[in-house]
Design a protein around this ligand. Structure first.
Ligand code: COA
Ligand code: AMP
Length: 634
């Protein structure tokens, strides 16, 4: 007899349209869709065509209309400011409507872009939903990115307005945002006409007359704005993510599909329903923050926890357990890195025992590969299922997940579970043939992908097709390598491209190379990801200096480290580089980054037959040894 999951998955596979047509009935449409899936123009697919909908209405107003306005929508828990605040759905609706009014009063409306550069405060959520309310397209930029990265996003998204705050708060320092905003606006070619800024008590920003507006003043003066209908296929937001070059990819999220898929995911994947408290410990600047701090829990009428802090150091390794206990969290979602940070401070999990965790039912993990030790630690110490699941900025929700709300299948450490319903995941060899069970290859999804996934890149259909759809026609290339076992479980092992994952943050080594190459003394360079016991991976740079440079190597390395921090941001965690005489290359001149990675990580590897000069392997190993760089996991 098949399990409920197998039955649902089989039915979904048989008829994905019917599956999603059914799921679409659980959200509020202004006009229902006329066509569930338009597949008339492959490889471009559109879900719920003809439907009119509003994201803010589905996240907030519909719960107020249903009589649940008094329920807490957001619990803001900020150990860095020692604040805990509860915001009800009715209060949230009021705050959003006023900010929406203030934005609209400055001439921004349907289809206009608005950049949001904000710390983890309720106003960040209010800003996102205010855009959704008026049909504007938000693009949230993570606060750990430098002004130059913000400028790139301004030029690509061409926003009329930026919503921001005076500062972010890291455990070690206050980060004034206004100088970054000013520098980004100055650098960008596209000119932003308005900035609305939330003054935080920790840092007062000076405002530029005519361009900058005080958040409290403009919202107090604004008339509340109603929700406006948008087309199902209109972008809800653009979220930039790392590609193989320094130019980020603007992932577009289609409104209708995003609402339907995320609303479906809360009860079915996370086993959370209206009134349950759900906590994703991420940042609104990442896709996890978009989907699982803001949209999905609110679409489903849950209470979402907005946490401004770190797993350790704010103030210590009890914080996660204190939040779970104090707010009666049912399901929590974080990156394995966060658990590793806690485990390092409290290996036996003694601190957990101080808290009543009786409401806690599930620990979800994603954002990077979950090593079996971390998964087992969660299961043993927390006493709840620890569920790894796999997805990407591009998909917005799980490609593979053990669906806790349907029925929890056995958990296999190292696997992110079976493909979620209607995902047709395959493992392909380079020639496009399907790999046998258990063999590693490129992980791809057969088109069309389910609702909520990216229909294209912002104003760049060509890059969309080239990046994701060209290598294996008819399939979406995830950029991950992995295998499927005999039970249909997916094991995601590594990236197939030059993207690295640092503390669950996706970064482009190509982007870092562009920054290194811009240093006046650098002739050539390469950046690779090396294993790190805490962050999973960290970047390591290799540079060849121009001939005749006599300045001290340490000085040059310190300059390039600072350069990455200034141009990409502290989040890149680029702290190490090695000066070498040459780089390993193929005879055709391609740098052998994977081979370099294996050398530093101490992995077994075969010297590529195409290598220009095998003697260089020893040279690189020596340079790394002399620089004192080693794989911190060994
Ligand atoms: N604004 C400005 N700077 C930021 C920032 C933000 N929003 N977020 C991080 N930074 C800075 C940090 O201050 C740090 O700077 P430093 O080099 O001066 O110390 C740098 O970026 C790296 O930050 P981070 O990755 O947070 O590392 P950390 O060493 O401060 O903390 C962990 C380590 C494990 C505690 C932390 O990485 C963590 O909580 N990881 C969880 C990952 C996660 O939630 N990922 C989201 C995807 S699901
Ligand atoms: P992002 O777009 O920032 O969410 O990063 C997505 C990438 O992170 C994926 O393509 C994977 O490389 C990696 N990733 C995310 N979740 C997992 C997981 N559960 N297991 C393995 N890798 C993961």
């Amino acid at each position: 007899m098949s399990s409920p999951y197998q039955a649902i998955r089989a039915a979904a596979h048989e008829n994905p349209r019917a599956f999603w047509e059914q799921a679409a009935q659980d959200v509020s449409w202004i006009e229902p869709p006329k066509v569930t899936l338009d597949d008339s123009n492959p490889p471009f697919y559109r879900w719920f065509v003809g439907g009119k909908i509003n994201g803010c209405y589905n996240a907030v107003d519909r719960h107020v209309d249903a009589g649940r306005g008094a329920q807490t929508a957001i619990i803001y828990d900020s150990p860095v400011t020692e604040t805990i605040a509860h915001i009800s759905y009715a209060e949230l609706q009021d705050k959003i409507a006023h900010l929406a009014g203030a934005i609209a009063a400055r001439g921004i409306g349907y289809g206009d872009r608005v950049i949001i550069y904000m710390p983890m405060i309720p106003e960040a959520v209010i800003a996102m939903l205010a855009c959704a309310r008026i049909g504007a397209v938000h693009s949230v930029v993570f606060g750990g990115f430098a002004a130059a990265e913000l400028a790139k996003r301004i030029d690509d998204a061409t926003p009329k307005m930026i919503l921001t705050a005076s500062c972010g708060i890291e455990p070690s320092r206050i980060i004034a945002y206004k100088p970054l905003i000013d520098e980004a606006i100055e650098t960008a070619t596209h000119k932003v006409s308005d900035v609305i800024l939330m003054q935080r008590p920790q840092c007062n920003a000076s405002l530029i007359d005519g361009r900058d507006h005080d958040w409290d003043a403009v919202t107090a003066a604004a008339r509340p704005h109603p929700c406006v209908p948008v087309n199902s296929e209109d972008p809800a937001y653009i979220l930039y993510t790392s590609g193989t070059t320094g130019t980020p990819k603007g992932v577009v999220r289609p409104t209708g599909g995003h609402i339907v898929a995320l609303n479906w995911s809360m009860p079915n994947i996370y086993d959370c329903r209206a009134g349950d408290v759900y906590w994703a410990a991420s940042d609104v600047g990442w896709v996890v923050g978009h989907s699982y701090i803001v949209y999905a829990p609110l679409f489903a009428g849950c209470t979402t926890v907005l946490f401004e802090g770190k797993p350790v150091g704010t103030p210590d390794a009890t914080t996660f357990w204190r939040v779970i206990s104090q707010h009666k969290v049912r399901a929590m979602f974080t990156a394995p890195t966060a658990i590793r940070a806690i485990k390092k401070e409290d290996p036996e999990g003694h601190l957990i025992k101080q808290f009543d965790m009786s409401h806690f039912a599930y620990q979800f993990l994603a954002g990077e590969r979950c090593d079996p030790d971390t998964l087992h630690w969660c299961q043993d110490k927390l006493g709840v299922p620890a569920i790894d699941h796999w997805w990407q900025t591009e998909t917005g929700w799980s490609i593979a997940a053990n669906c806790a709300g349907i029925d929890l299948l056995p958990i296999k450490a190292g696997s992110s579970g079976p493909a979620a319903p209607t995902w047709d995941v395959r493992i392909l060899a380079e020639d496009g043939s399907e790999k046998p069970v258990g063999e590693i290859g490129s992980v791809v999804a057969k088109l069309p992908m389910p609702p909520g996934t990216l229909p294209t890149l912002w104003q760049n259909d060509t890059r969309f097709v080239e990046s994701y759809l060209s290598a294996f026609p008819g399939f979406y290339e995830t950029g991950d390598a992995g295998y499927i076992d005999e039970d249909g479980y997916l094991f995601i092992m590594a990236r197939t491209d030059d993207i690295i994952n640092v503390a669950g943050h996706r970064l482009s080594t190509g982007g870092m190379e562009e920054v290194l190459a811009g240093h006046h003394d650098v002739a050539e360079c390469a950046v690779i990801g090396i294993n790190d016991a805490l962050k999973g991976q960290i970047p390591l740079g290799f540079v060849i200096l121009k001939s005749g440079i006599e300045r001290a190597g340490e000085v040059i390395i310190a300059e390039i480290v600072q350069r990455v921090r200034d141009q990409i941001g502290p989040v890149a965690a680029f702290k190490q580089a090695v000066i070498v005489q040459r780089l390993p290359k193929t005879r055709s001149g391609k740098i052998l980054r994977r081979t370099m990675q294996s050398i530093v990580n101490g992995d077994d590897f075969t010297i590529p037959a195409t290598i220009d000069d095998p003697a260089i392997i020893e040279e690189i190993a020596d340079a790394v040894r002399i620089a004192g760089i080693k794989d911190s996991t060994s």
